[in-house]
Design a protein around this ligand. Structure first.
Ligand SMILES: C[S@@+](CC[C@H](N)C(=O)[O-])C[C@H]1O[C@@H](n2cnc3c(N)ncnc32)[C@H](O)[C@@H]1O
Length: 278
C-alpha cells in the first residue's frame, strides 16, 4: 500500500464501525440480528444522494442474475447488497480500508448474502481479482482518492470481459477551478484529494480501451438532495443511522463544505458509463 493509500484508509477508519451500525439500528427500533437490506440503506451508501443515486445509475444498467459485478471501492458494501437484493447478481467488492471490508462482510452475512457477495481488502490500482472475470464494474465516489486515473481505468479494464461495462459516479471538478474547502467526506486535507475534471476521466478511459456511453452532471440532483437532508435535520435532528457514522466528529463540517463547494461550482458529481471495446 502506498503512503497516500495508507493515509486514505486511515481517513476512513473511525473504529468499531460494525458495533456502531448495530447500535444505530437498535436506536432506530430495528433488531440488528433481523435487519434487512432496506433497514441498512440510510447508513450504507456512502455517496451523494445515497440509494436515490444508486437507483438512478442502475436503471441505466439493469444487470441480471448472470451478471458478474465488481464493486470498486465498495465501502461497507451498501451498493453490493443493493445489487444482490434487486438483481440477484454475484458481487465482488474491493476496498482499501480494512474496517470497511470487515463491516461489509458482517452486514452482508447478516442479511443472508454470504453466498452472493464477497469483500476483499485491496487497491483499485491492483485488485486481487482475475483478468476478464466481470461483466460490470461499478465505482461510486472513489476516484476522488485516486491520483492515477490512467492506472485506475487500465486496472478496471483488466478485470472486465470484452464488451463489459464500467459505470461510475464520482465527484469531479466543476467549472470554477479554485482550491476546495476542507475537510470533505473523502479527505480532510488537500494531499489525499484528487478531484479531476470529467475530461481527465474520459481521456484515461479512452486510453484504456473504453468507449463513453453516457455522461450525466448530477449537480442539481445533489443540491436538491442536500436541501432535503438539511431540512429534515433541522426539523427532527440527525437519524441514528446515517453515513455520518463513517465520517468521524467532523461529519457536519464535511457536509457543509461539500455543499459550499458544490454551490460555488468547484465540484460536480458526475455519472459516466463506459463500454470496454478492446
Ligand atoms: C466515499 S467512500 C464510497 C464507498 C462506496 N463506494 C459507497 O458508495 O458506499 C470511498 C471508498 O473508496 C475507498 N477507496 C479510496 N481509495 C481507494 C483505492 N485506491 N482503492 C480501493 N478503494 C479505495 C475507501 O476506502 C472508501 O471505502
Amino acid at each position: 500500500m502506498s503512503q497516500i493509500e495508507q493515509a486514505v484508509a486511515q481517513h476512513y477508519t473511525t473504529g468499531a464501525l460494525t458495533e456502531r451500525v448495530r447500535a444505530a439500528l437498535k436506536a432506530s427500533g430495528v433488531d440488528p440480528d433481523a435487519a434487512t437490506v432496506a433497514d441498512l440503506k440510510a447508513g450504507d451508501e456512502f455517496h451523494t444522494g445515497g440509494v436515490l443515486a444508486t437507483d438512478n445509475l442502475f436503471t441505466q444498467l439493469s444487470p441480471t442474475h448472470a451478471t458478474r459485478v465488481l464493486d470498486v471501492g465498495c465501502g461497507i458494501g451498501g451498493t453490493s447488497r443493493y445489487i444482490v437484493d434487486r438483481y440477484d447478481s454475484m458481487v465482488t467488492g474491493v476496498d482499501l480500508t480494512p474496517e470497511f471490508v470487515e463491516t461489509a462482510t458482517a452486514l452482508s452475512d447478516l442479511v443472508g448474502h454470504s453466498d452472493k457477495a464477497s469483500f476483499h481488502v485491496g487497491s483499485a490500482l491492483d485488485m486481487p481479482v482475475p483478468d476478464a472475470a466481470f461483466d460490470l464494474a461499478i465505482m461510486l465516489h472513489v476516484g476522488m482518492n485516486i491520483e492515477d486515473k490512467a492506472g485506475l481505468f487500465t486496472e478496471v479494464s483488466r478485470t472486465l470481459a470484452t464488451g463489459g461495462t464500467f459505470a461510475l459516479f464520482d465527484v469531479m471538478g466543476g467549472d470554477v477551478d479554485e482550491p476546495l474547502a476542507f475537510p470533505l467526506p473523502w479527505s480532510s486535507v488537500a494531499e489525499t484529494s484528487f478531484v479531476h475534471a470529467p475530461e481527465v476521466y474520459k481521456d484515461a478511459a479512452a486510453a484504456a480501451g473504453f468507449e463513453l456511453v453516457t455522461e450525466n452532471d448530477r449537480t442539481m440532483f445533489a443540491l436538491e438532495f442536500f436541501e432535503d437532508v438539511f431540512a429534515k435535520i433541522a426539523e427532527s435532528g440527525p437519524a441514528p443511522l446515517g453515513i455520518h457514522l463513517m465520517m468521524g466528529e467532523t461529519a457536519p463540517e464535511k457536509f457543509q463544505n461539500y455543499v459550499a463547494n458544490l454551490k460555488a461550482g468547484h465540484i460536480c458529481p458526475t455519472e459516466m458509463i463506459f463500454k470496454k471495446t478492446g
